[in-house]
Design a protein around this ligand. Sequence first.
Ligand SMILES: C[S@@+](CC[C@H](N)C(=O)[O-])C[C@H]1O[C@@H](n2cnc3c(N)ncnc32)[C@H](O)[C@@H]1O
Length: 450
Amino acid sequence: MNDRTKDYVFISYSHANDIDPITSAFDKQGYNVVFDNAMSYGEEWDLNARRYISSERCKGVLIVVSEKSLTSKPVLTEIEYTARFRKKFFCIMTNNLTLMELYSSIADKLDENKRYVLDSIMEYLSDQQLFVRASGFDWTRIKETFAQWGFSGDAPQGNEDFVVGKYTSEIKGEKERLFRQQKGYYNFDMQAINGVFDELGRDDLCILDLGCSNGALTISRFASDSRIKKVIGVDYNERDIEEAKAAAEGYGDRFAFYRLDLEDKNVISELNSIFAENGIEKIDLVFAALVLHHLKNPKLLLLKLYDIFSDDGKIIIRGSDDGGKLCYPETELLNEIIERSGKLITNSDRSNGRKLYSQLYGTGYVGIRMLYSVTDTCEKDRKRKENLFDVGFKFRLNRIDDLIKLNPDNEFLKSERAWMEKALTTLKEAFCERDFWYCNTSYIAVAGVK
Ligand SMILES: C[S@@+](CC[C@H](N)C(=O)[O-])C[C@H]1O[C@@H](n2cnc3c(N)ncnc32)[C@H](O)[C@@H]1O
């Protein structure tokens, strides 16, 4: 939840750790955890950490223990604040080692400074502390511990754990929805792309499209501009890549498509081999439409990508954000649909649009600017209103169906599906009323590397 206006526990972790699975596990149990995704580095971070930990609302601190966090100065500072403000704390181990095993496995490899940080942190961590593992939380013990801290959860009844698969465009209706979206955002994308090409002011441009799906969007955006030399599209969906290769056949050697998982730890070396195979030295434009929000750690990819750009290279990221959807009447219904589907659709970040600027800023990109595209239902005919509804809402039911396929016995998912189906029918009817207004904002961030 990350809400500082209610009681919370603060999560201390190293930025090299992926804490999404941990925060969402606490979220599902109804515990409000606060972490520093709203803080930036430097002095501001230190003050915020102090403020967040010292607050009356902060009932305790969870320390995510990993090789990285045990040698992190910011984590040490947070632990020092935890002690100074006499907050209770416990640790979450991200691997299967005990604390001492982890200590022994890293201590000898560290330089003097890191060793000093490690030893200082170890002075605070004792064997009495409740240690839990990220791979399997002991909720009975955690609940007892939180109860002793005077920290209570507010888990909705029946909100059981369920398995979530990776995003795939093979969900029923998803290809069709992507196609409609691609058409709808053509002008918006071209505004950003042409702006960047004009700024670059040169030919022989090499482009990388991340999460290119079946290549339809890649080809529609990059087929005709004579300034382009080569376009590489990558996606982790094998079938999509096969389709993309077939679709690109009529375009000579302008396009090349490859299967690649952007979360693969060797993503940059994989990309470099692809570039070498295609005679590309550096990339002039990285384009990423509606893909970064599927990654657990989009900032990590943004950091890694830094190495592949030409000196004046640019990045264009198109995102979306459920917070950019407004309507009247039926405001409450729309908000509830968004809130409830947000708890189920956890394989994508439905609030990604608002984060683009900060993600780029936080990873060192420069000259960042944001573009906005607003669509609404005003004076639209029924078909176009339904199209807006389908693109923004209908897919939510298909995604729940997909979850039910993975969790066929989960009663909670079935009851959420029943609620969602009814709610979407009501909202769709409302969309077609004459006095109904709906408006959606989409976001593009453009940035450079130098
Ligand atoms: C919502 S679709 C967007 C497709 C296309 N860019 C568009 O705007 O129409 C997201 C795409 O990202 C791909 N994707 C998601 N996670 C990925 C990952 N870790 N590595 C590579 N591709 C990924 C999916 O397979 C899918 O094709």
